[in-house]
Design a protein around this ligand. Structure first.
Ligand code: AHM
Ligand code: MG
Length: 338
């Protein structure tokens, strides 16, 4: 069987009249190349002296791991010179990263969580990179980019994806035409198309939530999980299984592969924060992928992709995955309000 590479896939998309701009293709290939470099660094682990924490904290007040910072640098360096971007934003940087004046500017905005699942870095559990692509409003090729240009609802994304650095390194991608998956061939260094027309089953018997927060959940979340836990003899009439990897990339990759529901909902530990996960470079790209694969994504109340962001690093409650389950959780929230 002839193996199709990421480049071939993207060129075919361009030719098939999907009106994908060449700069977007360049952007996606550049991000994918950066993910290869990050994958290589991750796989070195202790041999590269890359495990462990730094003494710095990021804007979220989280201690940065060495690999968080390296991954951020890799993505910045790979993307700043190609002429396809107006600016970048990252979980690891408080303010946006402007393209240096010595390079040409483009019309796209790139946002990323360079290494998601940081608590798993040192214990050799799957971690990954999440990215989201927006366009400058009105297609302006940007000199004076500010945070404001980034504050677009997730439905405006032109592409989104993630890489998982696990037993295999995989890249899942959407350019708004469904979801496709690539596996990194470590011998040739190529991303090979290994999954097409990815569809998340509408029903599932698998949920994913950090159960240790149960006492802090809102009643609708508690109701949903209680009903799952009640199993065959409960209101759902079936037994459920639970999985929690604590890397959103890995949990989402499981459910995009075989169905499931993932939740990191609002809870009362920090009642003024809408959730733990970040809207613009975690929830939005994942929600676009999930919807493109036939699933659903809400914050419990509304579609995540419709949320108008007000700040770059804002947080959001997340409920995503198999459509019927996400709709059930969202309905429980609605019922609790009436
Ligand atoms: P990070 O971006 O700092 O790694 O944090 C996000 C991660 C998600 O990948 C994961 O779903 C969640 O945090 C796990 O949180 P917890 O440790 O509370 O279970
Ligand atoms: Mg993250």
């Amino acid at each position: 069987m002839k193996r199709k590479t990421l480049t071939q896939y993207l060129v075919e998309q361009q030719r098939s009249g999907q009106s994908m701009k060449p700069e977007l293709r360049l952007l996606i290939e550049t991000v994918a190349r950066a993910c290869k470099t990050i994958s290589h660094a991750v796989s070195k682990g202790a041999l590269g002296g890359l495990l462990g924490a730094l003494e710095t904290e990021n804007v979220q007040g989280e201690v940065q791991k060495k690999l968080d910072v390296i991954s951020n640098e890799v993505l910045l360096e790979a993307n700043e010179w190609g002429g396809h971007l107006a600016a970048m934003a990252s979980e690891e940087m408080e303010t946006i990263h402007l393209i240096p004046n010595r390079y040409p500017k483009g019309e796209f905005l790139l946002l990323f969580d360079p290494l998601d699942g940081s608590s798993n870095i040192d214990v050799n559990v799957s971690i990954g990179t999440i990215f989201s692509v927006l366009q400058m409003p009105n297609g302006v090729e940007g000199a004076d980019v500010t945070e404001n240009e980034f504050l677009q609802p997730g439905r405006a994304q032109v592409a989104a994806g993630y890489a998982v650095y696990g037993p295999q390194t995989v890249l899942m991608l959407t350019i708004g035409q469904g979801v496709v998956g690539f596996t990194l061939d470590r011998e040739t260094g190529s991303w090979i198309l290994t999954a097409e027309d990815i569809t998340i089953p509408a029903d599932t018997k698998e949920f994913s939530i950090n159960m240790s927060n149960m006492r802090h959940w809102a009643p609708p979340v508690r109701r949903y999980i209680d009903e799952c836990l009640a199993g065959k003899t409960g209101p759902r009439g079936k037994d459920f299984n639970m999985r929690w990897i604590a890397s959103m990339v890995a949990d989402v990759h499981r459910l995009i592969t075989r169905g499931g529901i993932f939740m990191y909902p609002w809870d009362s530990r920090e009642p003024n924060k809408p959730g733990k996960l970040r809207l613009m470079y975690e929830a939005n790209p994942m929600s676009m992928l999930i919807e493109q694969a036939g699933g659903a994504a809400t914050d419990g109340n509304q579609r995540i992709l419709d949320i108008q962001p007000t700040t770059l690093h804002q947080r959001v409650g997340v409920v995503l995955g198999s459509k019927n389950e996400v709709e059930r959780v969202t309905q429980y929230h609605q019922e609790a309000q009436t």
